[in-house]
Write a protein that binds this ligand. Structure first.
Ligand SMILES: Nc1nc2c(ncn2[C@@H]2O[C@H](COP(=O)(O)OP(=O)(O)OP(=O)(O)O)[C@@H](O)[C@H]2O)c(=O)[nH]1
Length: 386
């Protein structure tokens, strides 16, 4: 599809997509990247950087002006001849809100039906958005044959202010109040949830901090989210885009599992990353892991020998690798209560492990994880199964 300069729709960054690309446009799935971060962290600077670096690609930038719901009226960045202008447009499909999970996808699909496929979709959230509410909108079941897929969540943090934001009670996320349960706990701020759900964290504005301050920021962020790739930037200029910010495939593989060390760190009192090594599993034990996940993620119940505890923990992100006794491997991906266990892509890509050795791993990012013995519960569930 060719766009006249004069007719170019306001949502497209029209930088000269090729005819060849358009032949495949019905077959190709378009990645959507959620870009989140506090006010002034450098999101717009990052988006402009991507648009410039991806000259020649058709990129839709959607501004989520209203926090956790996407409204039909969106401010969209247009780029013509390197000049960015901002306009308002109507997607025209009603309000996209979290209660209607597939509407966000439908609206973008109908937009693409009208305008032709994009190469990338970048969804910039407001400074206050909880990406955990948005990700499930776009993490669509394969069976639904959507033309878009959630590629990953990128969180920008301002190196100078992030520690203050993490400790600022006024940044508390609404709707996660434990006071009903008599457990106030340390405050969970929007900065926490933006970091805990991230697949990539860009620590920006590093020109405003010393090396020592930067190290402290990195350690704190790494203790909250031990899975995310961390990049350190000035003016949001990441070293490259491929696999760094774009084309992450963060929800269809789990290669970064080994980044998370064993056990968990306590640098941040609110959110931590917990890593549990798993043995080689039989088919029955695989089912036990599935049942354990359903209990933990759907019912908030951590099964254990002594008790079944309705718990206060809150899981934001979960990834895993399961090695089976027949030599196959499975991956686990989870965000909030949603999870999926699926065959490892590219089987045989990694050397197989010696039998009996800890072979698999589950990494959990969430709140109040240190109050419960997740490892014992999971390993017991596995051991009890044939
Ligand atoms: N010193 C410094 N300033 C930066 C850097 N990156 C961006 N800025 C500036 O910080 C300000 C905020 O950057 P934006 O990219 O607009 O941040 P944002 O996250 O989009 O902010 P909102 O749109 O307000 O949520 C702008 O004036 C940028 O020029 C950096 O690395 N160092």
């Amino acid at each position: 599809m060719d766009w006249d300069d004069d007719d170019a729709p306001p949502d497209l960054i029209e930088t000269g997509a090729t005819a060849e690309a358009e032949v495949d446009e019905k077959l190709v799935k378009v990645p959507i990247t959620i870009v989140t971060g506090y006010l002034g962290a450098g999101k717009t600077t990052l988006l402009n950087y991507i648009l410039t670096a991806r000259h020649g690609k058709k990129i839709a930038v959607i501004m989520n002006e209203f926090g956790d719901s996407l409204d039909i009226e969106k401010s969209l960045t247009v780029n013509k001849d390197g000049e960015a202008v901002e306009e308002w447009m109507e997607v025209g499909n009603g309000c996209i809100c979290c209660s209607v999970k597939d509407t966000g996808v439908n609206a973008i699909e109908s937009l693409m039906a009208k305008k032709g496929n994009f190469d990338y979709i970048l969804l910039e959230t407001t400074g206050l958005a909880d990406p955990g509410n948005l990700a499930p909108l776009f993490w669509v079941d394969e069976g639904l044959a959507s033309t878009i897929y959630l590629d990953g969540i990128v969180t920008l943090v301002d190196a100078k202010n992030i520690l203050r934001s993490l400790d600022d009670p006024s940044g508390k996320v609404e709707g996660h109040d434990d006071s009903d349960h008599g457990d106030e706990g340390p405050v969970m701020t929007t900065a926490h949830v933006q970091i805990s759900h991230a697949d990539v964290i860009v620590i920006n504005k590093t020109d405003l901090v010393t090396d020592t301050e930067l190290e402290t920021v990195k350690e704190r962020i790494g203790s909250i989210n031990g899975l995310a790739k961390i990049h350190v930037t000035k003016q949001s200029a990441v070293p490259e885009l491929e696999g760094v910010l774009l084309d992450l495939h963060a929800y269809d593989q789990a290669e970064e599992l080994d980044r998370a060390g064993k056990g968990h760190s306590h640098l941040d009192k609110t959110i931590s990353t917990l890593s549990i090594p798993l043995p080689v599993l039989t088919e029955g034990q695989l089912e036990a892991v599935d049942a354990w996940l359903r209990s933990v993620l759907w019912d908030n119940v951590l099964p254990s020998d002594e008790e079944t505890d309705q718990s206060l923990f809150e899981i934001h992100r979960l990834k895993g690798r399961l090695v089976l006794s027949d030599g196959n491997e499975k991956m686990i991906q989870g965000v909030r209560e949603l999870f999926e266990i699926f065959d490892k892509p590219n089987p045989g890509a990694e050397a197989s492990l010696a039998p009996g050795k800890d072979a698999g791993k589950m990494v959990i990012i969430g709140r109040h994880l240190d109050k419960y013995d997740f490892e014992r519960s999971l390993l017991e569930a596995v051991r009890k199964s044939p």
